[in-house]
Design a protein around this ligand. Structure first.
Ligand code: SF4
Length: 377
């Protein structure tokens, strides 16, 4: 199987499961949330053209507007160093044979080249004569700490080689409504960068070798999430292919328990129980395998629905803050039972959008993001 291009965001998985870079994959659109895209674009633009100019490009009715308004651009700028010019959405490449890295350009939309190089795009990359900085913004779920995060380590290697600096400062900046940005930063020094550059070259060599094997071994684990090869991965498909024999087993157990002419001893019940528990474990593994595929590829169901990954954001309102911010009296009734958006809409009617905006800007609304694979219409 031809090897797919390794990108910075795939290094972690490619390291854990080399076969994931060559097993057959279907095209996927990679659904980033609208809110995340808007916030990324705003921060990147604000660093270049200034906060107010960038904010004027964010529509007033955008669900990301309140979050953009609260982001401290000066704090983020402070991470890059005064004398460094930040470049947004900068794509870079790293040659695993020569160790040479270079800039490919800004906003190229992941239009990388062939698999002989490793690629990556930083939300913000800057450098001066002493060090380079790589910043990645997160508006959803948390990722591995910056110090061990392979996406950041790969981008750090690229920046160090491209700009010929011995130190790279990386920062994962978590942006959440109602909260100050949380910065997870780490500094990679020359020895770390040399080690990671060597590891990337070795990874490329191994992945390339595995791509020549017809039925490569796979290594399932937490890294399987978003794997483009999930649809053809034997770890996901082998149990499902075994379904017919599992069903026969189920029927045999059913017969044993339900046939009224059969007199069961306690011993037989015990052994049926043990077999059923084992069978349940197999079913759980099958369901997990199918759900793992559905994370990347929505699976059509015979009932007309689809099994797919659903990201949901849940807002919760801080009751004490809301009492201080909203007009007195009228809000009390709504907050007696629960501080919910529904309660605010009930009490404030047409004014509720403005009230909710005030709460967001004041940091009284906290958003929690969750991801679940479930049936949707
Ligand atoms: S889904 Fe399969 S191919 Fe992909 S990472 Fe997991 S084990 Fe490897």
């Amino acid at each position: 199987m031809p090897m797919r291009t390794i990108t910075a965001s795939q290094v972690e998985r490619a390291t854990a499961c080399h076969a994931s870079m060559s097993l057959q994959a279907a095209h996927t659109s990679g659904a980033a949330s609208e809110r995340g895209i808007t916030v990324h674009a705003f921060v990147a633009a604000a660093l270049v053209i200034g906060r107010e100019a960038a904010l004027s490009d964010v529509p007033l009715d955008s669900s990301a507007r309140a979050l953009c308004e609260q982001i401290d651009i000066d704090m983020i700028r402070g991470l890059t160093g005064d004398d460094a010019e930040p470049k947004e959405e900068l794509a870079m490449s790293f040659d695993p044979v020569t160790g040479i890295a270079r800039e490919l350009g800004k906003n190229i939309g992941r239009a990388y080249g062939d698999s002989s190089l490793i690629y990556g795009t930083g939300d913000i990359i800057s450098h001066n004569k002493r060090f380079a900085t790589v910043i990645d913004f997160k508006t959803g779920l948390s990722v591995a700490k910056a110090a061990v995060n392979w996406q950041m380590r790969t981008l750090a290697v690229m920046a160090s080689r491209a700009y010929k600096v011995d130190q790279v400062r990386v920062a994962l900046v978590y942006l959440k409504e109602g909260e100050d940005p949380y910065v997870d930063a780490h500094v990679f020094e020359a020895m770390d960068l040399d080690g990671d550059a060597a590891a990337l070259s070795e990874l490329h060599k191994r992945v390339s070798a595995v791509s020549l094997i017809q039925n490569p071994d796979v290594s399932p684990g937490s890294h399987c999430k978003y794997c483009p090869a999930a649809i053809s991965c034997p770890a996901n498909t082998k149990l499902v292919k075994a379904l017919p024999s599992a069903v026969s087993f189920s029927e045999a157990i059913n017969h044993l328990i339900l046939d009224p002419k059969t007199e069961l001893t306690l011993g037989q019940l015990g052994s049926a129980y043990e077999q059923l528990i084992r069978y349940r474990d197999v079913i759980d593994q099958m369901v997990d395998g199918i759900k793992n595929v559905a994370i990347t590829y929505p699976v059509p169901l015979p009932n007309g629905k689809r099994l797919e990954l659903v990201r949901s954001e849940r807002d919760s309102i801080d009751a004490d803050m809301a009492h201080d911010i909203l007009p007195k009296g009228v809000a009390d009734a709504a907050f007696e039972l629960a501080t919910s958006k529904a309660a605010i809409k009930r009490v404030f009617g047409k004014q509720s959008a403005e009230m909710l905006r005030k709460l967001r800007v004041a940091g009284a609304i906290k958003t929690t993001t969750t991801e679940t694979v479930k049936e949707v219409r």
